[in-house]
Design a protein around this ligand. Sequence first.
Ligand SMILES: Cc1cc2nc3c(=O)[nH]c(=O)nc-3n(C[C@H](O)[C@H](O)[C@H](O)COP(=O)(O)OP(=O)(O)OC[C@H]3O[C@@H](n4cnc5c(N)ncnc54)[C@H](O)[C@@H]3O)c2cc1C
Length: 390
Amino acid sequence: MPERFDLVLVGGGLANGLIAHRLAVLRPDIGVLVLEAEAAPGGNHTWSFHAGDLSEAEAAWLAPFVVHRWPAYDVRFPRRLRRLGTGYASVTSERFAEVLQAGRPGLVRCGMRVAELRPDGVTLSDGTQIAAAAVIDGRGPRPSARLSIGYQKFLGRELRLSAAHGLSAPVVMDATVAQDDGYRFVYTLPFDERRLLVEDTYYADGPGLDGADLALRIAAYVAERGWAAAEVLREEEGILPIALGGDIEGFWADRAGVAASGLSAALFHPTTGYSLPDAVRLADLVAGLPDLSAPALFAATRDHSIRLWRERRFFRLLNRMLFLAGASERRYEILQHFHRLPEDLIARFYAARLSLGDKARILAGKPPVPVGRALRALAFPRSLSPEDAA
Ligand SMILES: Cc1cc2nc3c(=O)[nH]c(=O)nc-3n(C[C@H](O)[C@H](O)[C@H](O)COP(=O)(O)OP(=O)(O)OC[C@H]3O[C@@H](n4cnc5c(N)ncnc54)[C@H](O)[C@@H]3O)c2cc1C
């Protein structure tokens, strides 16, 4: 007889980890098992979010996972330098794994690669079967022919400098750097007075990432800022989807009745690729479901994802302007233009909670891309992207 659980979470990453944590806190009677292919849950990330992305209640339960907080952040463009007084915070994979597992022996099994998922069970790569009342697929990003995406890709290096860097806030976008391979910016998080995470980031058409080249570019940026790296403490890299359009109903039809979370459920901010706020919300949604059977969980995760995808149509339209309308070395102008807007509107943009008035203000003014190309970028053929067709 295979082992049996109420809920098997495939992938011990951000979204499934938060679901497991929330269920363990709110409904300890539910038998949950997390299966993670790697040696530890949470991978190798620094997950950040803007303070305005979460409600007070959400921020309160996430607090034990948060390692760094700042009261403000900066953006830099060739013609705009600005400090925004919205808080910014980061969760590290290390802390995530600690909080998730603390006092919960057996919740996460590592080194367990799942080869096959079904709504009511899984098969591991060694052939072991595990049965469940329901399964959630949280294996992270995977290609889907149903979604049309651009890429946000980056290499980050955490550095210990030989002297203080002098930064008082994160620099979430420094686009004063040479533009290349799409919209390029450097992202810097100051963890203490000598320790920094510096990420060289590209909003690009293709997923190719040359780590060695990006490492050289980080070194050049660090030198230009007058900093000297004494040690590289760690590295992280990402190739994240940026949504341009797609057939979200078809995306879910392909899932054969298996519930999903995180990037596997297309739950991410279409423009920034951030998925932490969506993962927090989904964890609350799942923990609050009266019925955790496979059909109920599938319907709940599917309906939630489809509703958000539809609500976020405007962001995909902006993305198409960013990716398809302008010459790639001038894409930064769209972001520079956007950052003229009031602070509270920018916070709502990052939280993906724009009002109609906000949307009108974002589109107002002379667009920094050629109008003809912008118009062509707006509409997708209905066959490819029912939600985004003109
Ligand atoms: C380096 C990096 C930095 C990022 N920074 C931010 C940020 O600052 N803010 C933000 O909001 N978002 C950020 N993101 C984007 C996004 O939030 C993350 O990718 C996030 O981790 C996605 O969550 P997830 O749960 O969908 O997948 P993941 O966290 O990637 O989790 C998937 C897990 O499934 C496991 N797995 C895969 N296949 C199997 C299998 N067959 N069997 C068992 N386990 C399996 C993987 O090992 C992994 O642990 C970042 C992404 C990366 C890569």
